[in-house]
Design a protein around this ligand. Structure first.
Ligand SMILES: [Zn+2]
Length: 332
């Protein structure tokens, strides 16, 4: 009996006599719930009946964000966790040599993060956030060079720079890549996530913690760098930093491949530093897993499934319908 895969309260996989809930979106009966990483859209309040599978790092990051995952397992019979390269502690899961689920995944090494590891599996369930051919990201080293040049020229003109990214994941990459600039400030929400990284052995500079509620007027004149959460430069804090200090705002996201992303945020510059696979890396990932069936989820799910079908894979999106391997067998 093959795996049955469906999307209801997250992704459900039934295999053998067990039910696995992958990145649950609510409470439903399952033997195991897998939390792939600690981004808030993946957080979960465990029920009393299921066992939670998550990495130690994910459990610690979740706790620092106010979510207690309870007793978590990093190992269970028939289950293998693999680094998914997305953020600290992010994991992909392989169940019974049959199903491989990526969660959010990155296909390239960045700073202290490795790339998503794969195993050959019959069923692949994958995120396809950037599953469209216009999203092929430039080399990270090139991007880091460009940003350093940009910060250098801002410093020459005595202007501070605010580097903006998601407070967990992107912000620590920014902290890692651009920590040679001083003075260096970390917005409070970023500093809290940095601290968990340091506890887990990631070499991040401490910098100065910036609490906008208390420290808004204590920033020095002249140039500095701050790593802050992604927010509109029209927000109260950002417009204060712009008006009083002439700060330059730089946003980091894969969506920066799309023209107009920076100006949409009111940022001065935007760079496509992403925590996800680009289109080419998604294709490579599929080839490495070499599956019979692919289910796509998130972002360009239907477009990517269509492209996979063109090159001979059986692929369909997981959203908006119930799908199972048995209906694959009927259709094929
Ligand atoms: Zn994520």
């Amino acid at each position: 009996m093959g795996a049955s895969v469906s999307s209801n309260m997250g992704i459900q996989v039934e295999l053998g006599r067990k039910r696995y809930l992958l990145d649950p979106k609510g409470q439903t009966r399952a033997d195991f719930a897998f939390v792939s990483h600690a981004h808030l859209d993946h957080m979960h309040r465990p029920s009393s009946t299921e066992r939670i599978i998550a990495s130690k790092e994910t459990a610690d990051l979740a706790r620092a964000r106010g979510y207690d995952l309870g007793d978590t397992l990093e190992e269970a019979e028939g289950v293998e966790l693999l680094d998914s390269g997305h953020i600290l502690g992010s994991r992909a899961i392989r169940i019974e040599d049959e199903v491989y689920y990526t969660g959010d995944a990155s296909g390239r090494e960045r700073a202290f993060l490795g790339r998503c590891r794969t195993r050959r599996s019959r069923v692949l369930i994958m995120e396809t956030t950037y599953g469209s051919p216009e999203y092929v990201f430039p080399q990270t080293a090139k991007l880091v060079r460009e940003v350093n040049a940009l910060i250098g020229s801002a410093f020459d003109r005595g202007r501070p720079v605010v580097l903006m990214g998601y407070p967990l994941g992107k912000a620590q990459l920014l902290a890692y890549y651009f920590s040679s600039w001083e003075p260096l400030y970390f917005h409070d929400s970023v500093a809290r996530m940095n601290a968990v990284h340091v506890e887990h052995g990631v070499d991040l500079k401490l910098g100065t913690r910036f609490d906008p509620a208390k420290d808004k007027d204590s920033l020095p004149e002249g140039p500095w760098v701050m790593v802050a959460p992604m927010s509109s430069s029209r927000s109260r804090l950002m417009s204060h930093l712009k008006k009083k200090h002439g700060a330059i705002f730089v946003a980091f996201s894969g969506w920066a491949m799309r023209g107009g992303y920076g100006s949409y945020l009111g940022a001065d510059y935007a760079f496509p530093l992403s925590d996800h696979c680009d289109y080419a890396e998604l294709m490579k990932l599929v080839e490495a897993v070499s599956p019979e069936v692919v289910y796509t989820t998130h972002g360009f799910a239907s477009e990517f499934a269509r492209d996979l079908r063109k090159v001979g894979f059986y692929a369909r999106t997981l959203e908006a319908h119930q799908a199972s391997l048995s209906d694959f067998l009927r259709e094929s």
